[in-house]
Ligand binder design. Structure first.
Ligand SMILES: Nc1ncnc2c1ncn2[C@@H]1O[C@H](COP(=O)(O)OP(=O)(O)OP(=O)(O)O)[C@@H](O)[C@H]1O
Length: 432
């Protein structure tokens, strides 16, 4: 059934005819064997005629409801992607997003969605969460992005750092927004007692110069004074790991992370090793000092509560190791790269893929979001955008880091994706 298949590779669209009345026609033309429409012809929404699933009428109601707030600065930006013009270059089995594989089994799986800022990570993470929940999985979606937008995406207040039930899906779906600022404060409070210049001076005054050198190697003071980007997220994720150790979390069979933009994610990936090494050294040092004089013991000993601090550091270290294990577990984890069809975004995705590979993080899929549909008649703006888009797809097809990933396309909608019905619609369109 060709209509159910998604193409693996977009081919450059045929040359566009001259613009007609400066408008974007909503055509879903398909020329027989090579070109076929997507399963949900979104253009059909406008005329209410071509829905194939019960969900879509619901979704459309929500989408229509939210349309009122969209500025109509140009007819072109109202285009719902009508169809993808694509060449079926591969076996139809390969051209779907592979959702069957993602949803299979009741063992817990983690999905991390990441990419450049603003490409649609949150919308796609939320839509995937809704799709899993509607497929029978008790699902958790977590935001560790310092600039949370999960609440906006679900149109529900999810802040507060606690599990919040999301209303609407068929099976339980919970969301959790971790406040990275607060998580970092906790980390500072836990770590400060065991390091820093105060201890260094103190050690020096006892003639323990060698130790001073070791302490400065820790770089923990530096870490706390100017925390590297990504630390917030590392701590936020380690907090999630902490939560997940509690029995309350056993029921979740799918956990989705809406991660921070690329830069943060890359630094985050190298951070567990760095923290692991730093905290490890600190703990080792503490153990050595435990047999030293009472005066030194008082710095690290029970009297001033710093044992609690080191215990917490030890806990943090353990969690960082767990985070790293989760990130690298090929059986349980998948990092899904989200991009948009622009040269800049695709180049960044390529670098992200390379770094993830270097860190041993499994990546199988690349979602190209906001794909503009092919159209019979184009306004100048749309045809320019489509040319850019086509260039971006060419790059993906030839890029060493990206070309072997399973390509998923997500159409550009002409409304903001907000609320469970809209997310359900997007989920059914993209995750098939
Ligand atoms: N396919 C799409 N069609 C139309 N609008 C979209 C699409 N995907 C995302 N958007 C819109 O783009 C905006 C940004 O999306 P989203 O918040 O999901 O991106 P993000 O990558 O998570 O951003 P950030 O990096 O800031 O966290 C939102 O208003 C969202 O509704």
């Amino acid at each position: 059934m060709l209509a159910l298949a998604m193409p693996t590779r977009l081919m450059p669209p045929p040359p566009s005819p001259p613009p007609l009345q400066n408008s974007c026609a909503l055509s879903s033309s398909a020329s027989a064997s090579l070109i076929f429409p997507v399963r949900h012809s979104v253009a059909g929404l406008r005329f209410g005629t071509r829905f194939k699933h019960a969900y879509t009428s619901l979704s459309f109601a929500a989408l229509v409801a939210s349309r009122a707030s969209i500025p109509r600065w140009n007819r072109c930006n109202r285009v719902f992607a009508a169809s993808f013009q694509a060449k079926a270059v591969a076996n139809p089995v390969e051209v779907e997003s592979g959702f069957d594989e993602m949803v299979a089994g009741t063992k817990r799986k983690y999905f991390m969605l990441g990419g450049k800022g603003g490409v649609g990570k949150t919308s796609l993470a939320a839509s995937l969460a809704v799709k899993f929940a509607n497929s029978g999985h008790t699902t958790l979606v977590v935001s560790t992005d310092p600039a949370h937008s999960l609440s906006d995406s679900f149109a529900q207040d999810l802040s507060g750092g606690k599990l919040v039930p999301v209303e609407g899906p068929d099976s339980p779906l919970f969301a959790l927004e971790i406040n990275p600022e607060q998580a970092r404060s906790e980390f500072r409070a836990a770590a400060q007692t065991g390091s820093g210049t105060g201890v260094k001076d103190f050690m020096d005054s006892f003639g323990l110069g060698g130790w001073v050198e070791q302490i400065s190697e820790l770089k923990l003071g530096e870490l706390l004074d100017t925390p590297p980007p990504g630390l917030d997220e590392a701590i936020a994720i380690s907090k999630v790991v902490q939560f997940m150790q509690s029995p309350e979390y056993d029921r979740f069979t799918r956990i989705i992370f809406d991660t921070a933009p690329t830069g943060h994610t890359l630094r985050l990936l190298s951070l567990p090793d760095f923290l692991d090494a730093s905290i490890g050294k600190l703990l080792k040092l503490k153990q050595k000092l435990a047999s030293a004089t009472n005066a030194i013991k008082s710095v690290f000993g029970q009297g001033d509560g710093s044992d609690t601090a080191t215990n917490r550091l030890e806990q943090l270290k353990e969690r960082m190791v767990m985070v790293r294990e989760i990130f690298r577990n090929k059986e349980a984890t998948e990092f899904v790269i989200v991009t948009i069809p622009t040269v800049m975004a695709v180049s960044e995705s390529s670098r992200l893929k390379q770094s993830l590979e270097k860190e041993g993080v499994p990546v199988k899929r690349l979602i190209v979001n906001q794909v503009l549909a092919a159209s019979q008649s184009d306004c100048k703006f749309c045809s320019m955008r489509r040319k850019d888009q086509s260039r971006a797809f060419d790059i993906i097809n030839s890029d060493q880091n990206l070309k072997d990933l399973q390509l998923i396309q997500s159409p550009l909608m002409d409304v903001e994706i907000r609320g469970v019905p809209a997310l359900r619609f997007v989920g059914d369109t993209v995750w098939r």
